[in-house]
Every structure is written in structure tokens, then in C-alpha cells.
Design a protein around this ligand. Structure first.
Ligand code: NAG
Ligand code: NAG
Ligand code: NAG
Ligand code: NAG
Ligand code: NAG
Ligand code: NAG
Ligand code: NAG
Ligand code: NAG
Ligand code: NAG
Ligand code: NAG
Ligand code: NAG
Ligand code: NAG
Length: 661
């Protein structure tokens, strides 16, 4: 009887409470999602198109990004990279069975609603890449005892870092990076023993990096750098983070020495300490990082040599030590590291030769040792694996020639070897590499001729100046359709300028000054419509200045001085309205300098050394000078033609108006 009663009661209870509760829950959650939609889509109203009202009690479970449990309650919501413009409404607090909440990359703004405190089943709370702002409301998180992932990366939160999350016993992944959080890292973060990922990078944090973080024994990845500005240095205690794989403390104002204890991090894969003010030597103990693949200590104040013990770092693939004050040799073991892909050592004081084995591992992609005092030859096997893309050896004391092998290195995109003591012929292959966009070999002592076959389609910058290159300028230069800068000056080029080479629509600067070139300036130069600077000075060019040059609408610098050009200056050049610097001096030009406004800005020195040329200010010139020309004391380089254009009508008007009195 008593059992029966209970049974009846239970049924009544079920009928009156559970069912209505359930059915209203169906209705509620559809309604709640529609409220979410209208708040989140904001005034522009796009996104979540398939979230529509329906009479079906389970319709909302098939909304995109929504999944439900067996009771048709929403357990997972994932709205990522949808263009939304609104905010997160308080109604979200009603979806209290939510386990996974990912609302990422949606441009949502405003504050997080306090009602989220109701979401006590949450395991994943991911609101990364939005514009949420204000203080992060720690209160909403205290009750989320199941929480494993909190990702607020790249929002607009400010104020101190939340300490409420310290009580969360399951928190594995904590990312608060990319916000405006300020103040110190709370000591209490060392209590989140479950933590595997800690991302506080890209905030405005200050104070010391707490040594107590060393207690996070499960921590695998720690990002503290960028925009943060800490006091003091790297706590030596961090050497006991035995699970650590990634330590990134770049660009956060670290001082002092690199603690030797970091060498204990047997599992470390990546050590990024670049752009700080670290001093002292590179600790040889770092050779204990047997799993290290990426080491970046660049842009610090480190001194001393590369430790010999680093030969044990056989897994290393990236070494950045640039912009320090390191010296000594680049040890030969560097050439034997089996996995090395990137070696950047520029702006140090390294001396001696590059390891002869460099590149023989077949994996080298980037080599930059610029601005050191390295000597000896360029190692021949740098591109053995066919992967070398960046080769920067500039501003050293390298001798010998460019290894022929580099001419077959199809992967090369950048070759910068200027300012060395290199000689020999430039390998023909170099000018036929399919991907290369920059070749800087200037300021060496290369000799021989350029190859007649040239097909480096991607080439944008070619600087060969200040070498001893001989022979003709190859017509095949005209194949370089992407060429923007061509610098051949100060060599021993001879012969005529091939008219075929001037079909370069992107060419902006050409300098062939100080060679032995002869013949006429090809009128085809007019096809290089992007030219803004031409320097053909100090050659033996003859004939007349082609009037087609006037088609170069953006030409601002033209230097044809110290040649043997004859005849008149073409009047068409008056149309070169962008021309700012003109030098035609020391030729055999004759006749009169065109009398147009454009030419008024040029000083007499632009025309000097042409005995038969009548420059504008020459008093003894034959007659027929225009009035504007006669008025010319102020015909300096900086005399604005605009001013003249503006004044001339005014003066004329004055002359026409009859005197008043
Ligand atoms: C939550 O997401 C995780 C993966 O991040 C997944 O394994 C789990 O099944 C999801 N849970 C629910 C309830 O959707
Ligand atoms: C969320 O959806 C995006 C695509 O919209 C997908 O790339 C991502 O993996 C999803 N995340 C989860 C946790 O399901
Ligand atoms: C977010 O806003 C920025 C700037 O207004 C815009 O460039 C970006 O495309 C937006 N993202 C989405 C997903 O709408
Ligand atoms: C929290 O959840 C309860 C039960 O589902 C609900 O009655 C209440 O309105 C929710 N509170 C907020 C602030 O959403
Ligand atoms: C958060 O969501 C974004 C977008 O789906 C994803 O790229 C990111 O990995 C997620 N964060 C975590 C910790 O899973
Ligand atoms: C984000 O915060 C920064 C700095 O406080 C501010 O300049 C910017 O306008 C904010 N953007 C939004 C969308 O709130
Ligand atoms: C190098 O990496 C491999 C896996 O990539 C690993 O098995 C090995 O133990 C690592 N350490 C050394 C010293 O080779
Ligand atoms: C290289 O050494 C010279 C002389 O010892 C010194 O003046 C210079 O600052 C050093 N350069 C760098 C980058 O350390
Ligand atoms: C290059 O210079 C070296 C001296 O550094 C010299 O022995 C060699 O003959 C030169 N080679 C050429 C081709 O000029
Ligand atoms: C030409 O290059 C050499 C070698 O780099 C250099 O010493 C010399 O100063 C350079 N000449 C000019 C005029 O720049
Ligand atoms: C450069 O090379 C040329 C020809 O190979 C030679 O005559 C000249 O002396 C060399 N100049 C220097 C500075 O080595
Ligand atoms: C062309 O090269 C010479 C020699 O290096 C240099 O003096 C001149 O300024 C360059 N011309 C232009 C227009 O830059």
C-alpha cells in the first residue's frame, strides 16, 4: 500500500514535473538558440541561416554547429568563423547541459554574461578570436568544475589575470593570450596541477615571472612572450618542468643570463628566447636538450662562442642566433647536424670559414650569415638536398667563386652575396633559376661574361654593380619580365645596348653607369613604362637622345652624362612632367635646351660640358628666347614649375589691367 502510494505519487510527480519540464526544455532550447541567433547576428543579420523556428521539438538539434544529448538538450555548440557582429546574450545561461562551447572567430563584442555561471557542465570553453572586452568575469568560471579547456585567445579582455580558475581541478589548457591583461602572473597559477598548456603571451603583463610555475609538473607548453614586459630574468627553477616541450618567452624584456638549468628539460622541442636583453654566454649545458628542434636566441646581448657541446643536439632543425655579439668560428659540427634546415647567424662577429659539410645533410633551406667576418670559400654542397631557398652571405670576407652547383639549385629564391671578395664567373645557371627573385652579387670582383641564356622568370632585383664583368649586355635580359631593378654599373660591359633587352614592363630602376658601352640608346626603352630612374652615365653612348624617352610618364631621374650624345635635346622631353633630376652634362649635344616650364627646374649644371648647347641662362645665346625664359634668375633646381605656372598669368593680367590713377 505504501509502495503503491509512492508509486502513484511518483507517477503524478513525473506527469506534473518531469514531462512538462522536459517538453518545455525542448521548446526552451529551440527558443534559446533563436535568441542567441538574434543577439549574435547583430544589426547586419548574416550567419546561422539554418537556425530557424520550427514546430518539431528536436529541430534545433540539427542546427549547424549544434549537437544534443538523448533528451534533445544542447550539449555542444560550435559556431566558428561565421561573420557575426553582435554579442553573447544572457540566455546562453539556460543551455546548462552544454559540454562543449566553441564560439570562435566570430567578431562578437561586449562582456561575457554572468548567466554563463550556470554552464557547470562545460568542459570546453572556447571563445577565441572575438572582440569580447572588459574584465574577464572569474565568477562565472568557479562553478565549472569539469572545465578542461579555457581558450580566450585574441580578444579584448583587460584587467588582472583571473585567479578564480585556480580551483579548477581538470583544467588542462589555459589560453589567455592575445588580450590586454595586465599586472603580474598570479603565483597561484602554480596550483593548477592539471595544466598542460599555459598561454599568457601577447598581453600587457608585468612583474617577475613566478618561479613557482616550476611546480606545474604536467606542463607541456608555456607561452609567456610578446608584448608582456617582465622584470628580471628567467627563473632557474623552470629547469624542473620535466614535461615541458615548448618554452616561448620571446620579446618580453627578460634580463640576465640564460639559466644553465634549462638544459635539464629533456623533452623540450622548442626554446624561444629571442628579442630580449639576455646577457652572458650561451650555456653549454643546453646540449642536454636532446630533443630540441628549434632554438631561437636571436636579438639579445649574448657573447662568447657557440658551445662545442651543441654537437649533441642532433635533432635540431632551426638555429637562430642573429643579432648578438657572438664570435669565434662556426664549429664544423654545425655542418654535420643531420636535421639542420635553418641557420641564421647574421650580425655577429663570427670568423673563420663556414663548415665545408654545410648542406650535405640534404635538408638545408635557409642560410643567413650576413655581416660577420667569415672568410674562405662558399661550401659547395649547400643545396645538396635541392631544398635551399635563402642564401645570404653578404658583408663578409668570403673568397673564391660561386660553386657551380648553386646554378642547379632550383629551389633558390634569394641570393644575397654582395660585399665579399668573391671572384670568377657567375655560374650561368644562376640566371636561369625558376624561383629566384633577388640576386645581389654587387661589390665583389666577379669577372667573365654574363650567360647568353637567361630565363629567371621570377627575378625582380638583379644587382651586379662594382665587379669586373666584361662582354656585352645579353639581349636575353629582356626575358626577365618581372625585373624591377637592374644594376650593372661599375663593370666592364662593352658593345651596344641590345634593343631586345628593353621589353621589361615592370622595370623601375636601371643603372648601367661607368661601363664601356657604345652605340645608340635604343628607342625601345620606351617600352619599359614603369621606369622611374635611368642612369646611363659614364659610357661611350652616341647618337641622339631618342624622343621616345618622353613616353616614360613616371620617369623622375635621368642621367645620360659623360657620354658622346649628339644633336638636339628632343622637345618631346618637355612632356616628362615627373622628371625631377636631369643630367645631360658632358656630351656633344647642340642647339637650345627646350624652353618649356618642365626644364626650368634644372640647373645649368645639368647641361654643362656641351660646348654647342645653349643652356637657358646663357646670355649670349641666339635670339628668340621666350619671356618666361628671360625672367630667369631664380631658375634653381628647387624653383617650382607650379609657382611659375601660377605667377605667369598673374603677371600677364597685371600688364593688361590699365593703371587706375
Ligand atoms: C566535446 O569535444 C570533444 C573534442 O574536443 C569531443 O571528444 C567530445 O565528444 C565532445 N563532447 C560533446 C558532448 O560534444
Ligand atoms: C568547430 O567548427 C569548425 C568549422 O566551423 C571546425 O573547424 C572545428 O574543428 C570545430 N570544432 C569543434 C571543437 O568541433
Ligand atoms: C571581423 O572583423 C574584421 C574587421 O572588421 C573583418 O576583417 C573580419 O572579416 C571579420 N571576421 C568575420 C568572421 O566576420
Ligand atoms: C540557471 O539554470 C536554471 C535551471 O536550468 C534556470 O532556472 C535559471 O534561470 C538559470 N539562470 C540563469 C541566470 O540563466
Ligand atoms: C578554439 O577554437 C578554434 C576555432 O575552432 C580552434 O582553432 C582552437 O584550436 C580551439 N582551441 C582549443 C584549445 O581547442
Ligand atoms: C580593443 O581594445 C583596444 C585597446 O584597449 C582598443 O583600442 C580597441 O578599440 C578595442 N576594440 C574593440 C572592438 O573593442
Ligand atoms: C630525436 O627525435 C626523435 C623523434 O623525432 C626521437 O625519437 C629521438 O629520441 C630524438 N632525440 C635524439 C637525441 O635523437
Ligand atoms: C665585433 O667586434 C668589433 C671589435 O671587436 C666590435 O667593435 C663590434 O661591436 C662587434 N660587433 C658585434 C656585432 O658584436
Ligand atoms: C680569385 O682570387 C684568388 C685569390 O683570392 C686568386 O687566386 C684566383 O686566381 C682568382 N680567380 C679568378 C678567376 O680571378
Ligand atoms: C667595390 O667593391 C669592393 C669590394 O667589396 C669595395 O671594397 C669597394 O669599396 C667598392 N667600390 C665602391 C666604389 O663602392
Ligand atoms: C678584380 O679582377 C680583375 C680581373 O679578374 C683584376 O684585374 C683586378 O685586379 C681584381 N681586383 C681586385 C681588387 O682584386
Ligand atoms: C648609378 O650608379 C652609380 C655608381 O654606383 C651611382 O653613383 C649613381 O648614383 C647611380 N645612379 C642612380 C640614379 O642611382
Amino acid at each position: 500500500m505504501r509502495n503503491f502510494c509512492i508509486c502513484i505519487l511518483l507517477q503524478v510527480y513525473l506527469i506534473f514535473f518531469i514531462f512538462p519540464a522536459c517538453s518545455s526544455a525542448y521548446g526552451n532550447e529551440l527558443e534559446v538558440l533563436l535568441k542567441l541567433k538574434s543577439a549574435m547576428t547583430g544589426p547586419k543579420g548574416s550567419g546561422l541561416e539554418d537556425w530557424k523556428d520550427s514546430s518539431s521539438p528536436t529541430a534545433h538539434c540539427s542546427f549547424s554547429g549544434v549537437s544534443c544529448d538523448d533528451d534533445s538538450r544542447v550539449v555542444s555548440l560550435n559556431v566558428s568563423y561565421t561573420p557575426l557582429y553582435g554579442f553573447l546574450p544572457p540566455d546562453i545561461g539556460l543551455l546548462d547541459r552544454l559540454v562543449n562551447l566553441t564560439i570562435s572567430g566570430d567578431n562578437l563584442t561586449g562582456r561575457l554574461p554572468m548567466e554563463m555561471a550556470n554552464l557547470t557542465s562545460l568542459k570546453v570553453f572556447n571563445i577565441s578570436n572575438n572582440l569580447f572586452n572588459g574584465k574577464f568575469p572569474g565568477e562565472i568560471i568557479v562553478g565549472m568544475t569539469e572545465l578542461e579547456v579555457l581558450d580566450t585567445y585574441n580578444n579584448n579582455f583587460s584587467g588582472p589575470l583571473t585567479t578564480e580558475l585556480v580551483s579548477l581541478k581538470n583544467l588542462r589548457h589555459l589560453c589567455l593570450g592575445g588580450n590586454y591583461f595586465s599586472g603580474p602572473i598570479p603565483e597561484s597559477y602554480s596550483e593548477i596541477q592539471s595544466l598542460e598548456f599555459l598561454g599568457l603571451n601577447g598581453n600587457a603583463l608585468t612583474g617577475k615571472v613566478p618561479a613557482s610555475l616550476a611546480r606545474l609538473k604536467n606542463l607541456k607548453k608555456m607561452y609567456l612572450g610578446y608584448y608582456n614586459s617582465f622584470e628580471g630574468g628567467i627563473p632557474p627553477e623552470l629547469g624542473s618542468l620535466s614535461s615541458l616541450q615548448i618554452l616561448d618567452m620571446a620579446s618580453c624584456n627578460l634580463h640576465g643570463e640564460i639559466p644553465t638549468s634549462l638544459g635539464l628539460l629533456k623533452n623540450l622541442d622548442t626554446l624561444f628566447l629571442q628579442v630580449n636583453r639576455l646577457t652572458g654566454h650561451i650555456p653549454p649545458e643546453l646540449s642536454g636538450l636532446v630533443n630540441l628542434r628549434g632554438l631561437d636566441l636571436s636579438i639579445n646581448e649574448l657573447v662568447g662562442e657557440i658551445p662545442e657541446s651543441f654537437s649533441r643536439l642532433t635533432n635540431i632543425s632551426l638555429i637562430h642566433l642573429f643579432k648578438n655579439s657572438l664570435h669565434g668560428p662556426i664549429p664544423s659540427f654545425i655542418g654535420d647536424l643531420p636535421n639542420l634546415k635553418v641557420l641564421q647567424l647574421w650580425e655577429n662577429n663570427f670568423t673563420f670559414e663556414l663548415p665545408v659539410n654545410l648542406g650535405r645533410n640534404g635538408k638545408l633551406r635557409e642560410l643567413d650569415v650576413a655581416t660577420n667576418q667569415l672568410t674562405g670559400p662558399i661550401p659547395r654542397d649547400l643545396c645538396k638536398g635541392g631544398k635551399l631557398s635563402t642564401l645570404i652571405l653578404m658583408e663578409n670576407l668570403f673568397t673564391g667563386s660561386i660553386p657551380e652547383q648553386l646554378g642547379d639549385c632550383k629551389s633558390l629564391t634569394k641570393i644575397r652575396i654582395r660585399k665579399n671578395l668573391l671572384n670568377g664567373t657567375i655560374p650561368a645557371g644562376i640566371l636561369n633559376l625558376p624561383l629566384v627573385y633577388m640576386i645581389e652579387v654587387n661589390d665583389n670582383n666577379f669577372s667573365g661574361e654574363l650567360p647568353s641564356e637567361i630565363s629567371a622568370d621570377a627575378l625582380e632585383i638583379l644587382t651586379l654593380y662594382n665587379n669586373s664583368i666584361t662582354g656585352k649586355i645579353p639581349p636575353a635580359l629582356g626575358n626577365l619580365k618581372n625585373l624591377q631593378t637592374l644594376s650593372l654599373e661599375m663593370n666592364r660591359f662593352s658593345g651596344e645596348l641590345p634593343s631586345e633587352s628593353f621589353d621589361l614592363p615592370k622595370l623601375s630602376t636601371i643603372n648601367i653607369s661607368a661601363n664601356n658601352l657604345s652605340g645608340e640608346i635604343p628607342s625601345s626603352i620606351a617600352r619599359c613604362t614603369s621606369l622611374s630612374s635611368i642612369d646611363f652615365s659614364r659610357n661611350n653612348l652616341s647618337g641622339e637622345i631618342p624622343k621616345e624617352i618622353a613616353k616614360l610618364r613616371i620617369l623622375s631621374t635621368l642621367n645620360l652624362s659623360h657620354n658622346s650624345l649628339t644633336d638636339h635635346i628632343p622637345y618631346e622631353m618637355c612632356g616628362l612632367t615627373s622628371l625631377f633630376t636631369l643630367d645631360l652634362s658632358y656630351n656633344n649635344l647642340a642647339g637650345k635646351v627646350p624652353s618649356c616650364v618642365q626644364f626650368l627646374i634644372f640647373h645649368d649644371s645639368s647641361f654643362a660640358g656641351n660646348p654647342n648647347l645653349c643652356s637657358p641662362s646663357q646670355v649670349s645665346c641666339p635670339p628668340l628666347l621666350s619671356p618666361v625664359q628671360e625672367s630667369g634668375q631664380a631658375r634653381g633646381k628647387f624653383f617650382s614649375p607650379v609657382l611659375i605656372v601660377a605667377i605667369a598669368p598673374f603677371v600677364t593680367a597685371l600688364l593688361l589691367v590699365p593703371p587706375r590713377c
